[in-house]
Design a protein around this ligand. Structure first.
Ligand SMILES: [Zn+2]
Length: 491
């Protein structure tokens, strides 16, 4: 298709190209928005007589790893029309994109809350229009359904046909238990349409019970937050989600799994052949619940709460052995003042943290450079698996001819200290303040365009695309023991 003599728009020369399946040294030639050619480079003859790709722009990547642009399937960005008294998360698609690209994420999956008076179509149209104007990273939208009435369920099939192949709901909300049957019907409809169902697994009844007991003891401050949402609340809900998966046959994706016990339940379900997929979140890999004992403990309020060291260690093992499929930031940005607001207590929370910019540099530094996971697993959990599960593969999530040229070139030679003030999120602070990173993105390329370099986001708002997705697809596993016995339930 391409003549070796015609120049490419961009050539990235001599980097170590990493995919979920392996790594090699090579050159990448980009034409327009896609990868047009990849060639092996033998280190022994980097300037040998063989044909060399020529580009209008060339980047020397010698000594650097190149990974696919991250696919972060779980972020919370504010759509401006959703205004009420509470300003909500402080990033929109523009500032969220800047944080993403500076952190090596080129595709973001946003949770789009369908308000009770809206149709799914209306909500997604509104958010798509805003993303079209603001986004620099590419975007896909998950409808998050609070009230799955029959008209919403009827929209799931047509939405899937238009490329919206996911659905999210929350077991943590009191409304879940009164509508369990409707949620199961929604899951069934989503599965039949080739979509995947994302579930927030914390049991609302257990949370209500624990919170009432704490209130009776006058322990309502955020210091008691972890006791209000114990591991058992997650285990009960995760086991229920697994049973709903079995009852409906629908591909089921557990968001931000936080505990060893919930992970064991998912691993057992997969061993029985159920299409259960697991996401974790950076907070649980890098922090433990002692944070709540400190004066700034409110900064770490997130749902589920931070857990124990043994949970953290189990999650790292799950990332390495394949029982965890994806990592997602669950980017839910608030300013420090909003998080430390003294009026907050167990009945009034601002859960979540800004993590889009720090997630992949932390995972690369602590995981790959720290020897906990291979660079190939890094690619699988940060890009490839999410692209498959959310119907974007092989356009996204890998480095291959014909794929979008979404690439991250890593800086691993100069350690850097994380400072909230340097971050692109409007949160303006980070829970990892002062930590040292051994790796961070040197250059980020989205669909062939350099969008982040020399510490600056240079992509333009409105250049991001809202992606039309295909059906959900099972990730492939490098560890056979961790693979579901059958993937046939994925339709
Ligand atoms: Zn979330």
């Amino acid at each position: 298709m391409d003549s070796s003599f015609a120049p490419f728009d961009l050539v990235i020369r001599g980097g170590t190209i990493v995919t979920a399946n392996g790594r090699f040294q090579g050159d990448i030639g980009v034409r327009g928005s896609t990868i047009a050619r990849i060639s092996d480079t033998l280190p022994s003859r980097p300037h040998g007589p063989r044909e060399q790709m020529r580009g209008r722009r060339e980047i020397d990547a010698q000594g650097r790893m190149i990974t696919p642009g991250g696919v972060d399937p779980h972020v919370h960005l504010t759509c401006s029309d959703a205004s009420d008294d509470d300003p909500g998360w402080v990033d929109d698609f523009e500032s969220g994109s800047a944080a993403a690209l500076a952190g090596g994420v080129t595709t973001m999956g946003n949770m789009s809350f369908v308000l009770p008076w809206e149709t799914l179509t209306e909500r997604l149209r509104r958010e798509s229009e805003q993303a079209d104007r603001q986004a620099i990273a590419d975007v896909f939208l998950h409808p998050a359904v609070l009230s799955p009435h029959p008209a919403i369920i009827a929209e799931l099939g047509p939405a899937a046909a238009r490329g919206i192949t996911s659905l999210k709901f929350f077991m943590s909300l009191p409304s879940f238990d009164s509508a369990g049957g409707q949620f199961q019907l929604a899951m069934r409809a989503a599965g039949a349409a080739g979509s995947i169902t994302l579930i927030h697994c914390e049991d609302s009844a257990t949370i209500a019970c624990c919170t009432t007991v704490l209130r009776e003891r006058h322990e309502r401050s955020l210091r008691h937050f972890p006791q209000s949402r114990p591991v058992l609340a997650e285990v009960i809900a995760t086991e229920r989600a697994i049973s709903m998966c079995e009852a409906t046959g629908a591909p089921t994706y557990i968001v931000h799994l936080s505990s060893a016990r919930a992970l064991e339940a998912c691993a057992a379900a997969r061993a029985r052949g159920l299409p259960v997929y697991v996401e974790t979140r950076p907070l649980y890999l890098h922090l433990t619940s002692e944070q709540y004992d400190h004066d700034d403990g409110a900064l770490y309020v997130a749902q589920p709460p931070l857990r124990q060291a043994r949970d953290r260690d189990a999650l790292w093992a799950g990332l390495a052995n394949g029982t965890i499929d994806t990592i997602a930031s669950d980017h839910a940005p608030w300013t420090r003042a909003m998080k430390m607001d003294p009026s907050l207590d167990l009945s009034r929370l601002r859960p979540g943290v800004a993590d889009l910019e720090t997630m992949l540099p932390m995972l690369f530094s602590e995981g790959v450079l720290g020897g906990r996971i291979s660079a190939e697993r890094f690619v699988a959990v940060s890009a490839t698996n999410a692209a498959r599960l959310f119907g974007l593969y092989p356009r996204k999530g890998t480095i291959a001819v014909g794929s979008d040229a979404d690439l991250v070139m890593w800086e691993t030679h100069h350690p850097r200290i994380i400072r909230g003030a340097d971050m692109h999120s409007r949160a303006g602070h980070t829970v990892y303040e002062g930590r040292e990173l051994g790796a961070w993105p040197h250059t980020t390329i989205r669909r062939g365009e350099i969008v982040f370099e020399a510490g600056r986001v240079v992509g333009k708002p409105g250049s991001g695309q809202v992606l039309v997705r295909g059906k959900t697809e099972a990730p492939t596993w490098d560890s056979p023991s961790a693979a579901p016995a059958t993937a046939s339930a994925i339709r």
